[in-house]
Design a protein around this ligand. Structure first.
Ligand SMILES: [Zn+2]
Length: 110
C-alpha cells in the first residue's frame, strides 16, 4: 500500500514557498528534503504533485532528479501534429510521435 496523502503535505508547502517568493536555493533545499522524506514514507502519488506544479521548472527538476517524470504534452504544434511526447521540462523543441517538432516558446502566436 502506498501513501497517497503525502501530496497533501507536499503541495501546500510547495505552494506556500512559491507564493512567498522563496529563492530557488531555499525551494531546492526544503522541497528536496521533503520529497526524500515523503518517499521514505512510501509516497506513491508523486506524479500527481508533479502535474500540480508542472509550470515550475525547479520542482520539475527536483522530481526528475529522483526519476519521477511526466510527459510534456504540449499541444502547440503544427496542424496534424500530436501532443509532445518528450519529458516534462525537456530542453529544446517539442516533438511528437510522428516526428513533428515545434519550438517551446510560442511568443506572439496568433
Ligand atoms: Zn514538449
Amino acid at each position: 500500500m502506498g501513501w497517497g496523502s503525502a501530496g497533501d503535505i507536499f503541495d501546500p508547502v510547495a505552494r506556500a514557498l512559491i507564493e512567498a517568493g522563496a529563492s530557488d536555493d531555499l525551494k531546492r533545499n526544503l522541497l528536496g528534503q521533503l520529497i526524500d522524506k515523503l518517499r521514505d514514507g512510501d509516497w506513491d502519488t508523486e506524479g500527481e504533485s508533479l502535474e500540480e506544479f508542472r509550470d515550475d521548472p525547479l520542482i520539475i527538476a527536483l522530481f526528475r532528479e529522483r526519476g519521477i517524470t511526466a510527459d510534456c504534452g504540449d499541444q502547440g504544434g503544427p496542424e496534424h501534429a500530436d501532443e509532445c511526447t518528450r519529458t516534462l521540462g525537456h530542453d529544446g523543441d517539442h516533438v511528437d510521435d510522428q516526428d513533428y517538432s515545434w519550438p517551446k516558446s510560442t511568443e506572439g502566436a496568433s
